[in-house]
Design a protein around this ligand. Sequence first.
Ligand SMILES: C[S@@+](CC[C@H](N)C(=O)[O-])C[C@H]1O[C@@H](n2cnc3c(N)ncnc32)[C@H](O)[C@@H]1O
Length: 201
Amino acid sequence: MSGDTPDWDVRYAGRDLREAQPAQVLLDFAHLLPAQGRALDLACGLGANALFLAHRGLDTAAWDSSPTAIAALERAAVGLGLATEIRDVVADPPPAEAFDVIVVSRFLERALAPRLADALKPGGLLFYQTFGPAEVDPARGPRRPAFRLACGELPRLFPTLALCVYREEGALGDTTQGLRDEVYAVFRRLPGGLADPPLPA
Ligand SMILES: C[S@@+](CC[C@H](N)C(=O)[O-])C[C@H]1O[C@@H](n2cnc3c(N)ncnc32)[C@H](O)[C@@H]1O
């Protein structure tokens, strides 16, 4: 294991689910969520996004490769009907057209991006939030640049999806305010695919 590739099972040992918060993109844009449908919290960790989605009435799956994280989530989700799974999402990505909503937070596996786009049902939404290039708080996020998004990279990872929301503040202005260190976006899979519309003359 490299110094920048954490052993998540070790990190999660003794952690309390109450420490975990849903991703800011989900909190800020919860009003875009459908009233029903299938949702996936991919690389869910302690599963705060999954719990949020399930409480919103979505039929929610939560996948992570860490057995410790999934066990903690299962203890917290009794009675909620969450479909938890210990799953390596790189080796075993979600199937095509399976979900109305996918949430990914603080997980970046670039090769998986086309599979995530395909895993949305037509009309489905992808909420994505992870670390960006600006390290405003040096204590947060991975050190290795490859594990952080480059400037403007997030929309480029999903060229077949329509971009609904994009937030990347970097280190601009007063860095004691705003969302720093992380970047987020909401994408939609258009029912007819993403055609290039002609620009107005
Ligand atoms: C920084 S944590 C983020 C957890 C959660 N999404 C959050 O925002 O709190 C990264 C998570 O990715 C999971 N992970 C890493 N590689 C994975 C893989 N190949 N398949 C599934 N989960 C993976 C880790 O176990 C860990 O829970």
